[in-house]
Structures are given as structure tokens and as C-alpha cells.
Design a protein around this ligand. Structure first.
Ligand code: GLA
Length: 387
């Protein structure tokens, strides 16, 4: 995060509370290079942290009251740490409360705070600003209350807060990468064993950019569609278990076809997406280790088609990125990223062609009368840290 933005946040904290913060905690958003809808299926993912963060500044108080100011919304909320209720009207505060809730539940002793949130991750665009908020809060509390949580616990407890307090059944990918991200690398993660490995992503050396395309489509329904996909893939796995498969990672050639009639077309396609996507993540790691970005690009295109036709989580605005990407010479690969049903996509584009690519996308969107999208380039940044 740019120094200015931290300085600015400090200044705002001083203005609001008339004192200095004890802690400044930063946690990044993410793009997912490949491995979509595989995390809750205990498969493989390959996300990368971006150089955009949520920052959480806080100072301990002597009571049990938490006051938080949210710069995005220019509003503040208060709550008592032993009486945590989900707010039905103010969504952002639930991510903060959720972290207090999960830590209290795990038996950690906490106290009151004066706190401030700001950041430069666009909200609700599929770049995991909520996971970044959770991780920035838990990392700050870890420091302020000397909790000695491991990095794995920071990620897992943040996910638990989102699952059990906020009520979104997300997987572990977003919180994990927000904690473990490293500059210029992607992170391979096996969501079952939590084995992970940083894989170099030297975009600059290869004259490449990752362009984020925010379609600005926000689907209210997405949480229920997301949960529906979780249930469908669980049902597909149940069928496969009778052939001795423990997870989608164990599915071998021919097994899916053998079960096709029993599963029916929809579950078959959901299972095919998860199985082939796991394989694409493995392939992506292999080609990245050889520095073969052309091959990586092909895998991104394939992933998009699988999400579009087999998992059915794309939308016309996200499909446009694929269509334009396929035809545009300087684009090596493109796909939707995150949960889908709107949100963002990523394109791997030659640096010299980036502007032309964005212009082409803008024109094609306009021709189709789509909501005006937003584009930005991202660099691969660091995971959560305390300043
Ligand atoms: C959202 C969830 C993640 C993951 C992706 C889809 O970002 O928070 O856990 O399931 O969707 O890959």
C-alpha cells in the first residue's frame, strides 16, 4: 500500500479519536489466477495477493466497547464485545464483529477498541475485500491482545467468522492468500491438507500485465447461487464416493462417465468442472515453474469455459472478457475470477498492448450496452502485515 494512504489513515485516526493508534494492520485483496470453486471442494487453488489493502487502525480502551469508523461509508458503529448480534442493516460491521465473536468463542480474552477502517480494494467486486477486512482485524487483535495465533489460525478463524457469524459459506482461499501472499508470487494451496507453495509470477520480467476487469455487475442472488453450487458439488461427490473416491482429487479417467447416468447432467457437469479445474491448477503450477506464460494463458481460457458451461457461474459481461481475450493478439489468457455471477475477471496481457486491450473491451461493452466496466492493473503484493 502506498505510504500516503497509511499516513492519511493515521491522520484521520488522530482527527476522529484525538489520539494515535497502537496498531496499523494491513491485509490485501486477491485475484485468483486459477482454481475456481475448488477450495470448498477441498481441491487446489492458485491465488495471488494484490497490491491493494484494507487497513485497520486501532487503540485499546479500558472498557468492553468497540467503536469503529468506516472511511468508505463515512459512518461509525459501536458494539459491546460480549453482546454480539449480526447487524441486518450495516453489513461491513459484521466482519469486524465476526472476528471478535470467533475469538471469544475460542476462549481468547479481548477488550474494547477505538478503530478505523479504510482501504483501496473496490468493494463487492470479487477481489475479496471482506476477507481482507477480516484478516486485517484478526491480525490487529492478535498483536494488541498478545494472542500468539499462528498464520494458519489467522486464516482459518477468519473463515470461521465469515461462515458462522456473517453466514457466508465461503471456502478458505481468500483468507489464506490474504495472510500468506508474497510479492511477485502466486500461492499454490491444497485446501484439504493445507500444503502450500509459493510459485514465482515474474510478470514484469516477461513484459506482462494482469488487467482486472470489474464488470460492475453485482448480483444480490450470488450468495444463494454460491451455496447452491456447494450443495450440488457435495451431491456429485456423494455419488462418486460409492466408487471409492474420497475427494474430487481422486477422480481418474472414466470414473465420471461411469457415474453420469446416476448423477444426471447437472451434477455430472459440476463434478467435471471441479475435477478438470484441479488438474488445470496442477498444470498451471508446472508451466509457471518453466516460465511458460503462453501455456498459462491457455489454461485461463479453458478455466473460463468450464466455469461458464459446466459450473454455470459466469454471465455475459464476464464472457465478453473471454471472447475479446481470445481474439486479441496481445492477450495470452482471460477468465472470470472469484465466485462469479458478476464481479471481476482477469486478463494476462502484454504490457505494450494493455491500453489497446482495455480500449477494445470498453468499446465492445459499449456496443452491447453493458454497465460501464472499470479496469485497473494490479501488481502482486505482500500478505497481511503490521506497520
Ligand atoms: C469466493 C469464496 C472463495 C471461493 C471463490 C470461488 O471468492 O469466498 O472461498 O470459493 O468464491 O473460487
Amino acid at each position: 500500500m502506498k505510504k500516503n494512504s497509511i499516513l492519511n489513515a493515521r491522520k484521520r485516526f488522530l482527527e476522529i479519536y484525538n489520539k494515535k493508534p497502537d496498531v496499523i494492520s494491513l491485509a490485501p485483496g486477491r485475484i485468483n489466477i486459477i482454481g475456481e470453486h475448488t477450495d470448498y471442494n477441498l481441491g487446489f487453488v492458485l491465488p495471488a495477493a494484490i497490491d491493494r489493502n484494507i487497513q485497520f487502525l486501532a487503540k485499546r480502551t479500558k472498557n468492553n466497547l468497540v467503536s469503529v469508523w468506516a472511511e468508505f461509508f463515512q459512518e461509525s458503529e459501536n458494539f459491546v464485545i460480549h453482546d454480539l448480534q449480526v447487524s441486518l442493516t450495516i453489513k461491513w460491521v459484521n466482519y469486524v464483529k465476526g472476528i471478535f465473536w470467533v475469538l471469544e468463542k475460542e476462549g481468547y480474552s479481548l477488550g474494547g477498541l477505538d478503530a478505523f477502517i479504510s482501504g483501496d480494494i473496490p468493494l463487492e467486486s470479487g477481489l475479496s475485500s471482506s476477507a481482507a477486512l477480516e484478516v486485517s482485524v484478526i491480525n490487529a487483535l492478535n498483536k494488541l491482545f498478545h494472542l500468539s495465533l499462528s498464520r494458519e489460525q489467522l486464516a482459518r478463524l477468519s473463515q470461521k467468522a465469515e461462515n458462522d457469524f456473517v453466514g457466508v459459506s465461503c471456502g478458505l482461499m481468500d483468507q489464506f492468500i490474504s495472510v500468506f501472499g508474497r510479492k511477485n508470487t502466486a500461492l499454490f494451496l491444497d485446501c484439504e491438507t493445507l500444503f502450500y507453495e509459493h510459485v514465482p509470477l515474474p510478470l514484469e520480467e516477461h513484459g506482462l500485465n494482469i488487467v482486472v476487469y470489474d464488470s460492475r455487475i453485482r448480483r444480490e442472488l450470488s450468495a444463494s447461487d454460491y451455496n447452491k453450487r456447494r450443495l450440488e458439488s457435495a451431491a456429485a461427490l456423494k455419488s462418486l464416493k460409492t466408487s471409492g473416491v474420497r475427494s474430487f482429487k481422486d477422480v481418474r479417467d472414466g470414473m465420471l462417465e461411469d457415474k453420469k447416468d446416476e448423477m444426471g447432467d447437472i451434477l455430472f457437469r459440476r463434478a467435471r468442472h471441479v475435477t478438470t479445474e484441479n488438474q488445470r491448477v496442477m498444470d498451471a503450477v508446472r508451466v509457471l515453474k518453466k516460465g511458460d506464460f503462453q501455456k498459462l494463458g491457455e489454461l485461463l481460457f479453458q478455466s473460463h469455459q468450464s466455469l461458464r458451461y459446466d459450473y454455470e457461474v459466469s454471465c455475459p459481461e464476464l464472457d465478453l472478457l473471454y471472447e475479446v481475450g481470445k481474439q486479441f493478439e496481445g492477450c495470452l489468457g482471460a477468465r472470470m475470477t472469484g465466485a462469479g455471477f458478476g464481479g471481476s475477471g482477469i486478463a494476462l496481457v502484454e504490457e505494450t498492448q494493455t491500453e489497446a486491450f482495455i480500449n477494445r473491451m470498453k468499446k465492445e461493452s459499449e456496443d452491447r450496452q453493458f454497465t460501464s466496466p472499470v479496469f485497473f492493473e494490479v501488481a502482486i503484493g505482500e500478505g497481511a502485515n503490521i506497520q
